[in-house]
Design a protein around this ligand. Structure first.
Ligand code: PLP
Length: 393
């Protein structure tokens, strides 16, 4: 028996698992203290009423012989795929229904899409970024090169002509920095990928947070359908973190080595994935109704206000930060030259506020820290008061 030796290249534990372990250990040792978590990017508001009533109806259908459904289609039900295509069309982006694949979330697709590519491809990943892109490619033994996202480039690295890359991950708006590319900047990435026959894996999980005219889809750039796959999710848009639903666009026009990647992805999904439940897909489709959109926008406004509170607190403390406008995350520079985990321990021990150490997102994240706006309002306010008490100049 030979195990997958590439696992030895991974860090011992997944970033958010370590954060959870450390804060749980602290809470167990100090039962009298209230720990406030502004760490993992999980939502706190319940599902929208329109989603709930659509799911109730679907449950009823599942309980009647005439309307019962068995295995769903591998690519998702047409009613949901059509709603997703319309969601794109309303923003002036043309995505054919046949190129849309419904999934159980963007994390699975981020992790599974690299199966379409050979192991000796070079993967380009921004640093810092959502750790799944790196870990999933390390597990497959691929070589990874990094595009530095720094304060100097506004946390938005641009293509480097001297770098050879076959698979390019882009996360915009970015987790953790909140930086979002404009259409013009994405055009440069698309041109770079098309010139090299590379493929872009574009993670748009936070597209609904864009407020300042930044791009919400890679397909806003010309020629993107020839080089880019886009992953998206209902998790952050509509609070589906526990319900599980996302979608990925694999354009029919994306061809490498004479093969359509859409067909490969269909082959992969129909072999290894049995679809998303009817009930969940009905709930997801309700997000796109007029009522659903209104309700989820109210929830997004609530999280934006949390972000504003945290940003204000950083302003008052004189701490450099970015994000919070096109994303639900505040990305801040640890004060006093502290390292990320040092600052994590400092906040946990002194004021029982848990955040996510920036170094867990990549080397360039060292010395930075991420706070999430997905918390409950009262807790966010209390955390801000505690932060101000500790960090004010
Ligand atoms: N992509 C990014 C950039 C994320 O930050 C997250 C979750 O935090 C995901 C994907 C996962 O999304 P899902 O819940 O749809 O799996």
């Amino acid at each position: 028996m030979k195990l997958n030796e590439h696992f030895s290249a991974l860090s011992e534990s997944y970033l958010f698992a370590t954060v959870a372990q450390k804060s749980a250990a602290y809470a167990a040792a100090h039962p009298d203290k209230k720990v406030i978590k502004l760490s993992i990017g999980d939502v706190t508001l319940p599902l929208a009423p329109a989603v709930i009533s659509a799911m109730h109806e679907a449950v009823e259908e599942m309980g009647r012989k005439e309307t019962f459904r068995g295995y769903p289609p591998y690519e998702g039900y047409d009613f949901l795929r059509e709603s997703i295509a319309k969601y794109y069309a309303d923003r002036g982006v043309d995505v054919p229904v046949s190129d849309i694949f419904v999934s159980d979330g963007a994390k699975s697709d981020c992790g599974n899409l690299p199966e379409l590519f050979g192991e000796d491809n070079v993967v380009l990943v921004p640093d810092p970024v959502y750790p799944v892109y790196v870990d999933t490619n390390l597990m497959a033994g691929r070589k990874i090169v990094y595009a530095a996202a720094t304060k100097e480039n506004g946390f938005l690295p641009m293509p480097d002509e001297s770098v050879k890359a076959d698979i390019i991950y882009i996360c915009s708006p970015n987790n953790p920095t909140g930086a979002a590319y404009t259409k013009e900047q994405l055009q440069k990435w698309v041109d770079y990928a098309n010139e090299r026959e590379a493929v872009i894996l574009y993670d748009a999980a936070y597209e609904c947070f864009v407020q300042d005219g930044a791009a919400r889809s890679i397909y806003e750039a010309n020629g993107a359908e020839k080089c880019a796959i886009e992953m998206c999710s209902f998790s952050k848009t509509a609070g589906f973190t526990g319900t599980r639903c996302g979608y990925t666009v694999v354009p029919s026009a994306l061809v490498r080595g004479g093969v359509r990647l859409r067909d490969m992805w269909f082959r992969r999904q129909s072999t290894k994935f049995n679809g998303v439940s009817y009930i969940v897909q009905r709930g997801a489709a309700a997000v796109f109704t007029e009522e659903g959109m209104k309700q989820i926008n109210e929830n997004l406004a609530y999280y934006r206000e949390n972000a504003r509170l945290i940003a204000d607190c950083m302003d008052k403390c004189g701490i450099f930060y970015t994000g919070g406008k096109n994303s639900p995350y505040i990305w801040l520079k640890c004060p006093g030259g502290m390292k990320s985990w040092e600052f994590f321990d400092y906040l946990l021990n002194e004021i029982q506020v848990v955040g996510t150490p920036g170094s867990g997102f990549g080397e360039n994240g060292e010395g930075f820290f991420r706070l999430t706006a997905f918390g409950d309002r009262e807790n966010t306010k209390e955390a801000c008061e505690r932060l101000y008490g500790l960090l004010k100049k």
